[in-house]
Ligand binder design. Structure first.
Ligand code: MRU
Ligand code: ZN
Length: 195
């Protein structure tokens, strides 16, 4: 399968899960020349190859129709920060939106078997933190918030906004995104018990 097809499949998968409401979310994969990213404002349940733009690592459009994602420059920054990042998947989910507002200092996870789906974790018996960065419409500012908390090997949450998952490949990034979403759903449920 080509990288483009892997990306399109990942977008359809995330959209089918209901993680991209009202055109929310953006998605990219690293290429030889930079990255391939979703166009801005498209319905992620109906994305096709014509809705992807080719960009260089400075975020300049090399080819493609329409405008790149409003958050394309953040994708570019992530690829520049870490040469091992091969894919960036961003979703707007209920749990990530609510919990990133409730816990802006980061979301502590401990005792979940699913933590092992996040690279570098081999046991449930560890406390890890999912970073949360303040939201901004200015991608340079948002990227600076992310850089200040780097490294973030699985991704991060943007406050009141959603999840940015990263991974070495599309498959690894999908695993991180799904694990983060599952761990957040568990945490949201537990937060309800205790509040
Ligand atoms: C529909 S609100 C979400 C947007 O503001 C943005 O955060 C987003 O995820 C999608 O923007 P896009 O420009 O389509 O990539
Ligand atoms: Zn978004």
């Amino acid at each position: 399968m080509t990288l483009q097809d892997e990306l399109l499949e990942a977008i359809s998968w995330a959209a089918a899960k209901g993680w991209t409401p009202a055109t929310g979310g953006n998605f990219s994969v690293r290429t030889d020349e930079g990255y391939l990213v979703t166009a801005s404002g498209v319905d992620k349940t109906r994305v096709s190859a014509e809705d992807l733009l080719r960009c260089d690592l400075d975020g300049r459009v090399l080819a493609g129709r329409g405008k790149p994602s409003a958050e394309s420059d953040l994708h570019a920054a992530l690829y520049r920060f870490e040469p091992n990042i091969g894919c960036v998947l961003h979703t707007h989910t209920l749990a990530s939106t609510v919990l990133s507002r409730r816990f802006p200092e980061g979301i502590r996870l401990a005792g979940f078997e699913m933590q092992k789906a996040l690279a570098g974790n081999v046991t449930h018996d560890a406390a890890i933190t999912l970073p949360v960065v303040p939201n901004s419409q200015d991608m340079a500012e948002l990227a600076a918030h992310v850089q200040a908390g780097w490294p973030m090997p699985w991704g991060f949450l943007v406050q009141g906004h959603g999840i940015y998952a990263v991974g070495e490949s599309v498959a690894a990034c999908r695993r991180h995104l799904e694990a983060i979403e599952f761990l957040l759903a568990c945490t949201l449920e537990e937060t309800r018990w205790t509040s």
